[in-house]
Design a protein around this ligand. Structure first.
Ligand code: ATP
Ligand code: MG
Length: 308
């Protein structure tokens, strides 16, 4: 029996972003280069890669906080670059939301946290009658006690509580796609699992999709259906999480897996980690496979063999 794949909610097509800096001698940083992937309903994709590989930039492009240099982002088959009117943008932001690394930055310290919910209803749903009831339900579903949370100022809550509040907000908005950038990096281990499980549950129950940006391969494996591996602005390996973890093909992906410390394996002093080595390995790999480009090595598992 062929399993039917979930509906495509977003398509990232050949997306590139360059940053120009300096007026006299302008320098160009290529943050994202010809990246393509799809987001399907109710799935979690983890976007993994070293610092500076372009992960946050992709998140910001999706959230329309940056404009692409080239390429397109289609949301339900419409190019998001065409969403220019206030109404189109409001509708888009209602459906596609971001949670960033530092939850404190998402709240205004001068207002009680209730304001976040008031703004939702004012901005997106002014007719809603059962406001209080809906807010309470959403808070409970992220394991927050409404009586303890409502009426507080952001500094009176922990980072984990604030992040769960942001998830509750996404829930109230019934978002389609949540971009979670290093979402749980500031949570302690016990809260982490709770927030992760909650995300997975929401995806499966509500059909929400999550782009989960992380450095952490173990987390990526735990949470995601699909994995995207970034290296120097390019997507070098893409596919079903299981397939990539069982059979990593790109030298950068292989290096990532080798550098995850194994519990039970003792660290070998002789085994130096050399970043230059990996740059070399990747160049040799691309040279050897010149002209091949991105190839599907298995169903729903593609690898960048060369980038000429
Ligand atoms: N506004 C900007 N102006 C100029 N360069 C930028 C800007 N934003 C990002 N960059 C550059 O683009 C590249 C990709 O940055 P990005 O923040 O997307 O990386 P990242 O993968 O999220 O890294 P990290 O894991 O450290 O968060 C980096 O080289 C960064 O210096
Ligand atoms: Mg980042």
């Amino acid at each position: 029996m062929v399993k039917k794949r979930a509906e495509r909610v977003m398509a990232i097509q050949n997306l590139s972003k360059e940053f120009k800096s300096g007026l006299i001698r302008p320098q160009i940083t290529v943050a994202v280069k010809e990246v393509s992937f799809e987001i399907r309903a109710g799935t979690i994709l983890s976007l993994v890669g070293e610092s500076g590989s372009g992960k946050t930039t992709i998140g910001k492009l999706i959230l329309k906080l940056l404009k692409p240099t080239s390429g397109n982002i289609l949301y339900r088959n419409k190019d998001i670059a065409t969403f220019k009117s206030k109404q189109d943008k409001t509708e888009y932001y209602r459906k596609v939301q971001g949670i960033f690394q530092d939850p404190f930055a998402s709240f205004n310290p001068l207002y009680r946290i209730d304001r976040v919910f008031d703004l939702i209803f004012k901005g997106f749903n002014p007719e809603e009658k059962n406001r209080q009831e809906k807010i309470k339900q959403a808070l409970k579903s992220v394991n927050l006690n409404p009586e303890r949370i409502l009426g507080k100022f952001p500094h009176q809550l922990s980072g984990g509580q604030l992040q769960r509040l942001l998830i509750a907000r996404a829930l109230l908005l019934e978002v389609d796609i949540l971009v979670a950038d290093e979402l749980i990096s500031m949570l302690d281990a016990s809260t982490r699992i709770g927030v992760l499980n909650l995300l997975v549950e929401l995806c499966k129950k509500n059909g929400m999709s999550v782009l989960f940006i992380t450095h952490d391969l173990n987390l990526g494996y735990y949470i995601s259906d699909y994995t995207l591996i970034m290296y120097q602005g390019r997507l070098v390996e893409r596919g079903q999480t299981k397939k990539i973890y069982q059979n990593p093909v790109h030298p950068y992906t292989r290096m990532l897996f080798e550098s995850v410390p194994d519990i039970g394996r003792r660290w070998n002093r002789e085994e130096d980690f050399l970043p230059e080595q990996i740059v070399d390995d990747v160049n040799k790999f691309y040279e050897k496979h010149q002209g091949k480009g991105l190839i599907e090595v298995d169903e729903e598992h593609s690898v960048l063999f060369s980038c000429d």
